[in-house]
Write a protein that binds this ligand. Structure first.
Ligand code: TXA
Ligand code: MG
Length: 355
């Protein structure tokens, strides 16, 4: 049985439900909890058996390592060896927050957390319930996103329940997560910091703190994944998804033809587009439209994306067309998740035949 408990985001750290959740974690159990990015599925990060439970509950491949969540940057050296100076600068600038640093693993961190690697990924989440839970557990919490492996990450407690009911002990429901997609993963174990996964902290923000950040991600990401988690088809709804790029007018023209053709064939096509594009579609076609927000505000697309992908399945759509975001800031992370969900399928509205 999976229990679910609702807490206001600012619930006090000694709230009985948080103390009990801490005890479940210390006893080797699994607790899903909100972070500022997405819901995490937590286990005692220093207990190999408990961490094995995460892999089993999610159906997660054994070679995909987990992130350790800390209550404070001061705890960094309890799990990492010789963190470089850059990690301190980054912690000052972005923690608590959606930045994960890959560092050299201390021996007390079980191998299973890192899927056998010599490194360990760590972050301090910016969510009061997450911080209170880590404090209540009294140790680092290993937590991947709280979805079944391959599904879009959960941004509400209901998403977690839909995927993991009966497989975990407790879900802490703190409402929808504010950022809506996962943390940025940055490898600090080589000479030059390397972005492994774009996320809640934009590359431009990292570049303002670090003199150099490896930016080979855009091309290397799909071919030769460095973050092990990026090699699987990910964030994927059941309906096939195609990413479409172009101006609002080009995409609206394309989406209109695609919607008309789908209707003619008795297929249901969902269309995820920015507000500017949605406004150019005829009102009679707008039922199938999910609004990603204005192009200039990628944080809105980030916040809605995973919910929309799950809704497409729930509402029984046969296919999904999704408009690319502008490729900077959070838009880079939105595009990364869209391309993952699409298995790399991307077309230009101006040139493309209707799918
Ligand atoms: O925002 C987030 O990061 C959320 C919340 C719950 O904190 N967590 C999350 O975890 O997204 P997960 O497991 O779904 O994604 C972690 C990513 C994966 O791509 C994984 O391969 C990478 O981080 N990763 C973890 N440890 C690593 C390591 N030692 N070296 C390289 N990549 C690592
Ligand atoms: Mg995940």
């Amino acid at each position: 049985m999976t229990e679910i408990v609702q807490l206001p985001p600012q619930a006090a750290g000694d709230h009985p439900a948080l103390l009990r959740a801490g005890a479940i974690l210390r006893g080797g159990g699994l607790v899903a909890f909100p972070t500022e990015t997405v819901y995490g599925l937590g286990a005692d990060g220093l207990n190999a058996t408990a961490v094995a439970g995460i892999f089993a509950a999610k159906g997660r491949p054994a070679d995909n390592p987990l992130i350790l969540h800390l209550a404070s940057p001061d705890a960094l050296e309890t799990v990492a060896v010789d963190p470089p100076r850059s990690s301190r600068l980054l912690a000052e600038a972005f923690w608590p927050g959606p930045l994960t640093m890959v560092l050299r693993r201390r021996e007390n961190v079980p191998e299973i957390v890192s899927a056998g690697r010599q490194t360990v990924a760590v972050r301090v989440p910016a969510h009061p319930l997450a911080l209170a839970l880590i404090a209540a557990a009294g140790r680092p919490i290993a937590a991947p996103s709280a979805n079944l492996s391959g599904r879009p990450s959960p941004t509400t407690a209901q998403h977690v329940l839909d995927d993991l009911a009966g497989r975990i002990d407790l879900i802490i429901d703190g409402g929808p997560t504010p950022v809506g997609l996962e943390s940025t993963v940055l490898d600090l174990t080589a000479d030059e910091p390397k972005l492994l996964r774009p996320g809640g902290i934009g590359l431009e923000e990292l570049q303002a703190v670090l003199s150099k950040v490896g930016v080979d991600l855009d091309r290397s990401d799909l071919e030769q994944p460095k973050a092990p988690g990026m090699k699987y088809r990910h964030y994927a709804p059941e309906a096939p998804l195609t990413v479409v790029s172009g101006t609002a007018a080009e995409i609206a023209a394309y989406a209109r033809r695609a919607l008309e053709m789908a209707t003619g064939q008795g297929r249901r096509l969902a269309v995820l587009v920015h507000t500017e594009t949605a406004a150019l579609l005829p009102i009679r076609l707008r039922d199938a439209v999910m609004d990603l927000g204005p192009r200039r505000q990628p944080e809105i697309a980030a916040n809605r994306l995973f919910s929309f992908l799950r809704a497409c399945d729930e509402e029984g759509y046969d296919a999904i067309l999704a408009e690319e975001a502008e490729g900077k800031g959070l838009g880079r992370a939105v595009n990364n998740r869209l391309l993952k969900a699409a298995g790399g399928r991307r077309i230009r509205a101006r040139e493309a035949n209707i799918i």
